[in-house]
Structure formats: C-alpha cells, structure tokens
Design a protein around this ligand. Structure first.
Ligand SMILES: [Zn+2]
Length: 463
C-alpha cells in the first residue's frame, strides 16, 4: 500500500502587512522532506510504499498571497495526481494558514486532494495546537492529531500518532470519522500553557481517550486570535471509528475546555508599556528584559513599532538600555556606509544619535538574512534591521556586533522570552503593547470572527 507524505505550514497573522515570500519558506522536495518529518521509519517498518512530496514551512507571517500559496499547494496536488491510486495521505499543516481570496488554506487544499483520490483513501493530518479549525475540516480529513503542548515540544510525537493511526486504519480497513466541535472562546495564547492546570488535566484526558482502540485522535485546539476569520476560535476534534463516538467525545472535551475559560491568567509580570519601562528603570535586578508582545515577530508581527524605544528615550535613563530588532529598511540602507562614531539622524524616530556598530541579521534557520546597525542615543541603544528579525538568543546580538551583557535593560520583540535568553534575564516583564500580535482581543478589533466570543462577551454555552 502507498502513502503520500507532504507538509505545508504557515501560521497567518492577518493584522500584519508582511506577506510571506518564497524566501520565507524552508523548502525541501522528495526524500529530503524527511530531514524535517518524523514518519519515514514508521511507514517503512509498517511495510508501506512512501511517496514523498514537498515540505514548505514559513515563520508566522501575514496572510499568504495566492501566487505563493499555489506555488507550494500545486506541487502537493501534482504528487497526488501522479499517485491518485494512493491508499493514504499524511499531511503536516499548521491549521491557521489564511490565504487571500480563499480563506483557510488547509481546507482548500484538502478539498482539492479529495476530488482527486480514491473514495477509500485515508487522509491523516498533524496540526499545531493553535490551529483555527474550520468546522468542515472533518468532511475531508479522516484522522486529525494535534500537538498537546504549549510551548510546543511534541511536534514529533504528534506526527507519529497521526502516522500510526493512519497505518492502523489502512491495515484494518477502518474508515474513521472526524468530528469538529467549535468552541466560542479565544483566550490569550500566552496564558494557555500546558505545564499548568487546568490544561495538565485536560490534555491528560485527551491522551487517555487516545488509548482506546477505537479513538485515533482526541484533541483540543486553542485557536489563535491573529487571524480575522470566521473559523478563528478554539475547538475540540475527535477522530474515531464511529460518528456517534467522535461527536459525543468532542462535545465532552469542548464543554470541559469551556468550563475552564476564566482560569487562564498571566503567570508572569504583564503590564502596559509605560509601566513596564518605569518598572525596568527602577528595578534592582542586574538585567531586566521587556518583551514587546504586540510587535512579536515570532507571531507574525512586523517588528517595526517604536513605542517602547520612544518611552525609553523620553525617560533619559541612567541605566544602559537596548531595544533589539526594530525593522527599518530605510535607516539601515542610509547608514550602511557611515563610519562608527559618527553622528547620524534616524528619521523614523526623529532623533539624532551616534552610529555604534554595523552587523548582520541572524535568521531563523541560523543563516544571515541582511544587515543591521546599532545606534546610541545617550544610554539607549537601538538595533535597526533591514528585514524583520527575532532576537531570541545571544547569538543574534553577537551577529549585530552588539554586546548583550553590556545592558541592564533589554527590550526584544517576543511574547515570552525564548529559553536561550532566560539565563541572561534576572527579571522578565511582558509588555501588553499594541501591534499586529497584540494579546488583548478587545484591542484587535476583529471583524470576521463569530460572535458572541469569550472573552469579548460573557455568556452561557454548551456543545
Ligand atoms: Zn502554535
């Protein structure tokens, strides 16, 4: 029996203006896709013939334009057309890819695949915990297995669960039924951490369900609020051997998650930007980090907002401060050939400073993706980058030729600090700032989501 394997992932942020380009995708074709996918050995050991298609995965970014979407999607469709006799298809997607003029990129692709393959071909999906599942997805996918951890550490396990379920169903001629139960809640992703209750118990419940022989996937998806679409919300999704079982288990999980909706709170210091800056400047700790969560480049934001930099400049601080990774193409290009130590004007913030250093931007896959300049405004340094960047580790500062250890207050454009930065942070303050990745649902002004939606409205609901 034959299984097609493919992956096409991009988490959309429809508030962001930066559409992904081909250069934003990590891309492999044919057998090279297994540098990134975990299911090759599994399918081989189970005796299946594998047909590898493509792997394409971009950092979270804005909605995907039609030409970029088609470029990758059509390659998967070609593999499916060339192997329309396939018994199974394994696809790893994010679940929140929003495509211009189409809506859910995953749903559109699955519909097209279904129109090509045999009626009894089984499709298994692995998806991100933050997927915004469309309620019709179950009409096209037979098995859905999502991550069970946030921050995500079980990408590999999730692929293997979906892969094993696919093998089992194919070998035993089981046609699973997937039920999607939408839950009208959109709680801040940064407060929904699976290492804490009530999520420890809820995720344990999904694992226990998956131990049943007739259940192939039991999932809670949290959704994510940065896509302004009808399918944006949490959901419970169960794939099992019968329609009734899938439906009743999914509704039980949905009601269980709904009942906890008011329990999610920040477990770290989280304040509006002005208060974050004030606290950081009077704090006694050796080094304090502020995360500019509204302009979080790892959540698809542009990284070009200067609100926190301006607050530092207005405070005229005694502490050495740095704001790292402000996207500003014009400034970097204009200052490219200016020598270190010279006085320069930075138009985007209307300030004059001293050019401190030239550097490079370290990209997501540890490659150099562009130039940076660091400019000092008294005790406040700012690192400007020609392209969107994410300062997630000390290596990003090193490549920018800026010494992280020199600073007492450091602002980065992230939500939570990445683990690699934590050793340098004696205190971490989460700034509830504005921007494309603003965590305050009320301030995002979403027009297309279903209402009522908790926490915008508080209401009674039952699946
Ligand atoms: Zn996620």
């Amino acid at each position: 029996m034959k299984i097609i394997v493919a992956s096409f992932q991009c988490e959309s942020n429809s508030k962001s203006s930066m559409h992904p380009t081909k250069g934003d995708f990590e891309y492999f074709v044919g057998w090279d896709i297994f540098k990134k996918l975990a299911v090759k050995e599994l399918f081989e050991s189970e005796g299946f013939e594998i047909v590898p298609s493509i792997y394409a995965n971009a950092l979270p970014t804005s909605t995907v334009t039609r030409d970029i979407y088609d470029f990758y999607k059509d390659q998967i469709i070609k593999t499916v057309r060339d192997n329309s006799d396939a018994d199974g298809i394994f696809i790893y997607v994010h679940g929140s890819m929003e495509v211009e003029g189409i809506g859910s990129g995953e749903l559109y692709m699955l519909k097209e695949i279904r129109s090509i393959v045999r009626k009894d071909c089984l499709i298994a999906l692995t998806m991100d915990l933050h997927a915004n599942i469309t309620d019709r997805l179950g009409d096209y996918a037979d098995i859905i297995c999502g991550y069970k951890t946030a921050p995500h550490v079980d990408q590999r396990e999730s692929q293997l669960r979906a892969g094993k379920a696919l093998c089992y169903c194919l070998k035993n001629s089981v046609k699973p039924y997937t039920y999607v139960c939408k839950i009208p809640m959109l709680v801040k992703g940064d407060t929904m951490l699976t290492a804490n209750e009530p999520l420890v118990s809820l995720e344990r419940r999904t694992r226990e369900l998956e131990e049943r022989e007739d259940v192939f996937g039991a999932n809670l998806f949290f959704g994510h609020c940065w896509v302004d679409a009808e399918n944006t919300s949490a959901s419970a999704v169960v794939s099992s051997a019968s329609k009734d079982t899938s439906e009743s288990l999914a509704k039980d999980l949905a009601n269980a998650l709904w009942s906890t909706r008011k329990e999610y709170k920040f477990l770290i210091e989280a304040e509006l930007p002005e208060e974050c800056v004030r606290r950081a400047l009077v704090g006694k700790e050796k080094r304090i980090f502020i995360t500019d969560s509204g302009d979080n480049t790892t959540a698809g934001a542009e990284g070009d907002r200067t609100e926190i930099l301006r607050l530092f400049l207005e405070s005229n601080p005694k502490k050495k401060c740095c704001v790292a990774g402000i996207t500003d193409y014009d400034t970097v290009k204009r200052l490219k050939d200016i020598k270190e130590g010279e006085t320069v004007n930075v138009e985007s913030i209307g300030r004059t400073g001293v050019l401190k250093s030239h550097g490079k931007i370290l990209g997501w896959a540890k490659e150099i993706i562009g130039d940076s300049v660091t400019v000092s405004f008294g005790n406040v340094d700012a690192i400007f980058t020609e392209k969107r960047s994410a300062f997630i580790e000390k290596g990003n500062f090193d490549k920018a030729n800026t010494d992280l250890t020199e600073y007492e207050v450091v602002t980065v454009k992230l939500g939570y600090l990445f683990a690699e930065l934590k050793p340098f942070a004696d205190r971490e303050i989460f700034a509830l700032s504005d921007g494309s990745s603003c965590v305050e649902l009320k301030r995002l002004n979403l027009k297309n989501i279903v209402r009522p939606m908790f926490p915008l409205e508080d209401f009674e609901w039952k699946a």
